[in-house]
Design a protein around this ligand. Structure first.
Ligand SMILES: *[C@@H]1O[C@H](CO)[C@@H](O)[C@H](O)[C@H]1NC(C)=O
Ligand SMILES: *[C@@H]1O[C@H](CO)[C@@H](O)[C@H](O)[C@H]1NC(C)=O
Ligand SMILES: *[C@@H]1O[C@H](CO)[C@@H](O)[C@H](O)[C@H]1NC(C)=O
Ligand SMILES: *[C@@H]1O[C@H](CO)[C@@H](O)[C@H](O)[C@H]1NC(C)=O
Ligand SMILES: *[C@@H]1O[C@H](CO)[C@@H](O)[C@H](O)[C@H]1NC(C)=O
Ligand SMILES: *[C@@H]1O[C@H](CO)[C@@H](O)[C@H](O)[C@H]1NC(C)=O
Length: 706
């Protein structure tokens, strides 16, 4: 009590001196174990604290948080912040920052089917609850109808919060929760009008939600392309939308993301999909901190890797406790046909050559065409793999060979004419998947000791539900309205992976989030549909694990991995302890007292990343891993190494015998070899192959100097 009185005095003096400085919104992390005596709750304490630092003008936090982090968000002047820093329980603070959004058939491509594998084994994800933190939802979309859904699981503690154009009756047995969080956005942008509800005016959140767990919708298509039955990766799972205050220009705010995650943890979701970029070291990135709490509560996190493209080290969402998902293409093509020399043509068709590869090596929309009014166009492009391009008129993109035919026809004909046919959808294109050119490459600067991304999932040209009323698409502005939208990005890959995780959770309710991630990674495909190594889109080079992690997710194989690399909260803490962070920084993540008696950077991860950026000579690196038997009671496995040229890889022991289910066995991997020149990325693998059985548990080994 005495301590508390004296700090109040100190604060008011400081506040009086510097009261005029500019205020900003801060997220303040507080120690949850410390609650000064007069207060009945942390919220009361924070309110009193804020009131005292702002010269006793009653002041409430914008948010107070209990789960995702401990602490609050408030608008603070520099002096008020300084005063807060001296308060009991203060751990750290970060400025609330605007965050970026990452911009039907994919499931067949993943091998999901009603007859065998992850769908029937999990009853299509029934009773698994997927939370989506995103730009709101269009609840009337058929993807969120409750047809065929059973009663809401009794453990669900969340609710449906209505608001502008969103009545609570719009929630049902599919969309079981809807909340909105926009106070952080409002604090930063007081003059921007936001609607107060989870109503999607943009489309992104609707698209992501239906991709993860949309119900079956027959006859879905994108203006006639990709006609079929639309459904999510886990078509019977439940959805809960945690909607963020958002505009295209401003993005959204970390304080709102934390508040959303905080609610999601309390509500009792199983899987969280985040197509959101945040940045900063683990101990300062509020989203990494919030997801640590979620994983501690048994929630699986699927995070989009980012859309920053080809240069290495640009994954900002690489916390070791989340699944970081890159984007791959599928085997579907949208096509058109050009018939030359017919009479029934109206309007002008232009024939032109476009270079879709700009100086940054990125495939871009030909901007010259925006707003052009022509009847149609034939555009010759120099790339066999075209990105999704949206333009305002009918156009067919052709390769230089077909382009030449068109050119010859046009120059050789007195009155050249053509008809363009559209809406042809082709499946089975070889080769797929490829790693999308925009998918962010690892390693992650926020967690450089762990290989990121973890894997890739379908993310390119994905058709899913869209908001249905407002004539905007979240890709381009225009006047198109359709129940389904097509979009590309790691944003679309994360909900695919979240849906797959939901299927695994449904089939194996006792698996931890880390076990589920391990199953997805050790069974991922590294070969494409022509049985060649998965390539990078645009280069025809084999993709490295810095682009695709362990490979392309394979849900049916992940259902039955044989062995898993598990880790619990203490293992993640042991990893943080070895990073030489100050105790305050560790506590900013763990938010409570922690035990650092066993620090190790050797997290029990399903992949290996070794740096050989020494100067001269050779080097040795050693890893230790523990496998848990999740298959039958008795089994033995032998290590098969896919070598890395110039390196000596040793596994000890070479055989692992499991006598019981859930039994654990450990092994060491030693890598010995030369120091590497800067920019080198080499890779191999160690696979534990079951003797006389079907299981193969593969771990990618990456040796780099980057
Ligand atoms: C709410 O819905 C009404 C009727 O559907 C519409 O006129 C209005 O523009 C909507 N308001 C917002 C903010 O979307
Ligand atoms: C908001 O609008 C008011 C009145 O138009 C103006 O004085 C103020 O500067 C604006 N604030 C911001 C943050 O733009
Ligand atoms: C087309 O690709 C070839 C081979 O990659 C390259 O040499 C040529 O410059 C490209 N042409 C255009 C117009 O981009
Ligand atoms: C932590 O500090 C120790 C001792 O200074 C050092 O050996 C180790 O490499 C550091 N670990 C990291 C991850 O920087
Ligand atoms: C920390 O963990 C170690 C073993 O993991 C245990 O022996 C020790 O008692 C723990 N310390 C505290 C303070 O809990
Ligand atoms: C590495 O080896 C080269 C040639 O042997 C030598 O010139 C250089 O000084 C060495 N560098 C270091 C850091 O040892």
């Amino acid at each position: 009590m005495a301590l508390f009185t004296s700090f109040l005095c100190l604060i008011s003096v400081l506040a009086a001196q510097l009261a005029l400085s500019h205020s900003e919104t801060y997220i303040v992390h507080m120690d949850s174990t410390l609650l000064p005596t007069p207060f009945s709750s942390h919220h009361h304490y924070y309110t009193s604290l804020l009131t005292s630092v702002s010269n006793y003008k009653h002041s409430e936090p914008i948010y107070s948080y209990n789960n995702a982090i401990h602490g609050f968000t408030a608008n603070l002047s520099p002096s008020e912040l300084d005063a807060i820093k001296k308060a009991p329980g203060y751990l750290s603070s970060t400025r609330d920052e605007p965050l970026k959004l990452l911009t039907t058939h994919s499931l067949d491509f993943l091998g999901l089917n009603s007859l065998y594998g992850a769908w029937p084994a999990s009853d299509f994800g029934r009773d698994v609850i997927i939370g989506i933190v995103d730009t709101r939802i269009w609840p009337e979309s058929k993807s969120f109808s409750e047809d065929g859904m059973t009663k809401i699981p009794a453990r669900w503690k969340g609710g449906c919060y209505g608001g502008t154009n969103f009545s609570t009756s719009l929630c049902d047995r599919k969309l079981i929760g809807a909340r909105f969080f926009n106070k952080g956005f409002r604090a930063a942008n007081p003059n921007i009008t936001l609607i107060d509800s989870a109503r999607d005016l943009h489309g992104h959140g609707t698209h992501v939600s239906s991709t993860a767990a949309g119900n079956y919708v027959q006859g879905a298509s994108y203006f006639g392309y990709g006609i079929g039955t639309s459904k999510g990766a886990a078509p019977r799972a439940r959805l809960a939308m945690y909607a963020l205050g958002f505009t295209r220009e401003e993005g959204f705010y970390s304080s709102d993301v934390i508040a959303a995650t905080d609610s999601a943890i309390t509500d009792g979701i199983d899987v969280l999909s985040l197509s959101i970029v945040s940045s900063g070291p683990l101990y300062r990135d509020p989203v990494s901190i919030a997801t640590f709490a979620a994983v501690k509560n048994g929630i699986f996190i699927s995070r989009a890797a980012g859309n920053d493209g080809l240069s290495l080290k640009n994954i900002l969402s690489g916390a070791p406790w989340v699944l970081t998902v890159g984007a791959g293409t599928t085997d579907r093509d949208f096509r058109g046909t050009i018939i030359l020399e017919r009479d029934k043509v109206s309007g002008k068709i232009v024939l032109c050559q476009a270079n879709l590869i700009d100086e940054d090596d990125a495939l871009t929309v030909p901007k010259d065409f925006k707003g052009t009014r022509v009847a149609g166009a034939v555009i010759i492009v120099n790339s066999s793999d075209l990105p999704l391009v949206e333009i305002d008129f009918p156009a067919i993109f052709v390769n230089p060979e077909n382009g030449k035919l068109n050119q010859d026809y046009v120059s050789g004909s007195h009155e050249p004419k053509a008809i363009l046919y559209f809406k042809e959808t082709l499946h089975g294109r070889k080769s797929a998947p490829k790693v999308a050119y925009y998918s962010s490459r690892g390693p992650s600067p926020t967690s450089p000791l762990i290989l990121k991304p973890d894997l890739i999932a379908p993310g390119d040209a994905i058709i899913a539900s869209s908001q249905e009323k407002y004539p905007v698409n979240f890709l381009v502005e225009g006047n198109r309205i359709n129940s389904f939208g097509v979009a590309s990005g790691t944003s679309m890959a994360a909900p695919h992976a979240a849906g797959v995780a939901a299927l695994l959770k449904g089939a194996h309710p006792d698996w931890s989030p880390t076990a589920i991630r391990s199953a997805m990674m050790t069974t991922a495909d590294v070969l494409d549909n022509s049985l060649n190594p998965i390539e990078e889109w645009g280069s025809n080079r084999a993709a490295t694990p810095l682009a695709m992690g362990a490979g392309h997710v394979n849900p049916n194989k992940a259902l039955d991995p044989g062995l898993i690399y598990d880790a619990d909260t203490q293992d993640y803490i042991n990893f943080l302890c070895a990073l030489n962070l100050t105790s305050k920084r560790i506590r900013a993540i763990t938010r409570s007292s922690y035990n650092c008696s066993n620090p190790t950077i050797d997290l029990n991860y399903p992949t290996f990343l070794a740096y050989f950026n020494c100067m001269n000579g050779t080097k040795s690196v050693q890893f230790q891993r523990t496998l848990t038997n999740v298959a039958k009671t008795m089994s033995s496995y032998s290590a098969i190494l896919d070598k890395v040229q110039g390196f000596e890889l040793t596994v000890v022991p070479k055989t692992l015998v499991f006598k019981d289910k859930n039994e654990k066995q450990s092994y060491r991997l030693k890598i010995h070899g030369p120091c590497l020149p800067k920019g080198t990325v080499l890779h191999g693998s160690v696979t534990w192959v079951e003797n006389g059985g079907q299981h193969a548990v593969k771990s990618t080994i990456v040796i780099v100097n980057v």
